[in-house]
Write a new protein. Structure first.
Length: 363
């Protein structure tokens, strides 16, 4: 999916995430009719993976939208997996996208569950096979509960002008075009049923920056479902690459979504999120050179007077959950009230996996 115009993509330079909001009137990086700024009302609380930051996918081999979506949400749990590695954790499946046994397989609804399991995540799946049709309304309720519960959703979406069939037979199409991280929810009442007007989803397009500040795109839950004709809530969406990913819809009859809820056993960590100065990673599959990414670890809810220990693990074989738990660096920082951001002085190789764990235990 979304593999058009690859050469154009790889020519664009990497932009810097989270640059300050400029005073310019028009935000060229926010594609109409999308909205790229959060609601301002103080009645709102933000749920889900509140520290997630949108990133940019590779465009080759069918497009790495599924990998990228998993990567973005994984970073909000303190884990970086390269897009390449995520595919290598995905088995062959039916329907089948791009890939082979060496390179791994394109993430689709048919193989995402074993992939998430192999990657060490816990998750909840929407039961698309057994839910009553049309699924949309119930699906939104599920989304709200997952996000309020602190999960981040790998969401399969339909995009204006696309085929609405991902590798299914023509007579039995698989109705999605793209996969995006739907990582947060702004709600005025987390315990109520979905409020179509006031509950607002936040998602990435997979082509960051999503707005000048790269906060992502903001959509009210009442405006996200549509038919495959896309002449309802997505009527105003623009067709084509670089536009339709920024204003997708969720198919109202049948939908696929996987909520990543955490890491498998054995890791206790403070509430953290990792974001990089770079919003993309070099595409080593199309010949680009591995680069060092520059990580920032955000620790939420820190308290002055308490010391925080940040441990970094390089490579999945050294991750604590593998049983090995081989630490590469340990840093102790002093807490300040509210939260803090620690910049890792050591580069992060873009083509492998790295993990940060923060504890308040004395070391
Ligand atoms: C920090 O944690 C608090 C309490 O859990 C939460 O309300 C707040 O949204 C978090 N802040 C960020 C930036 O995630
Ligand atoms: C939130 O919704 C619940 C369930 O509908 C309701 O009982 C509660 O009063 C609402 N809270 C507020 C602050 O409106």
């Amino acid at each position: 999916m979304k593999f058009q115009f690859l050469s154009f993509l790889s020519l664009t330079a990497s932009a810097v995430a989270l640059h300050p909001h400029s005073s310019s009137v028009v935000d060229d990086t926010c594609i109409a009719p999308g909205v790229c700024l959060p609601p301002t009302s103080s009645d709102y609380t933000k749920f889900g993976r509140t520290l997630a930051v949108p990133r940019k996918q590779w465009g080759d081999s069918g497009g790495f939208c599924g990998s990228l979506s998993i990567q973005v949400i994984g970073l909000s749990y303190g884990v970086y997996h390269s897009q390449d590695y995520i595919r290598k954790c995905a088995p062959k499946s039916d329907p089948l996208g791009h890939g082979d046994d060496d390179l791994g397989y394109e993430i689709l609804h048919s193989n995402i569950e074993p992939a998430l399991d192999n990657l060490g995540f816990t998750f909840n799946s929407w039961d698309w096979e057994n839910q009553v049709h049309p699924q949309g309304k119930q699906y939104l309720q599920w989304m709200k509960e997952e996000l309020v519960g602190g999960g981040g959703i790998v969401q399969f979406v339909i995009c204006k002008g696309d085929a609405h069939n991902s590798y299914g037979p023509r007579r039995d199409p698989v109705p999605y075009d793209h996969i995006e991280p739907f990582f947060a929810l702004y709600s005025k009442n987390s315990t109520s049923a979905v409020d179509a007007d006031s509950d607002i989803l936040v998602h990435g397009s997979d082509y960051s920056p999503d707005g000048e500040d790269n906060y992502g795109y903001f959509r009210s839950m009442g405006g996200i479902l549509d038919s495959l004709d896309m002449d309802g809530n997505c009527d105003a969406a623009q067709a084509g690459y670089g536009k339709n990913e920024m204003y997708p819809c969720i198919y109202q009859d049948l939908t696929y979504g996987y909520s990543i809820t955490g890491l498998k056993a054995g890791v206790e960590t403070e509430e953290i999120g990792v974001f990089f100065d770079e919003i993309d990673e070099p595409d080593v599959r199309s010949g680009e050179t591995v680069a060092d990414l520059h990580a920032n670890v955000i620790i939420n809810g820190t308290v002055a007077g308490i010391k925080y220990t940040i441990e970094r693990y390089d490579g999945v074989d050294n991750f604590p959950e593998s049983g090995a738990g081989v630490v590469s660096t340990t840093t102790v920082v002093d807490g300040v009230d509210g939260g803090l951001t620690w910049k890792d002085p050591q580069g992060v190789p873009s083509d492998v996996s790295t993990m940060w764990v923060v504890t308040t235990k004395a070391k």
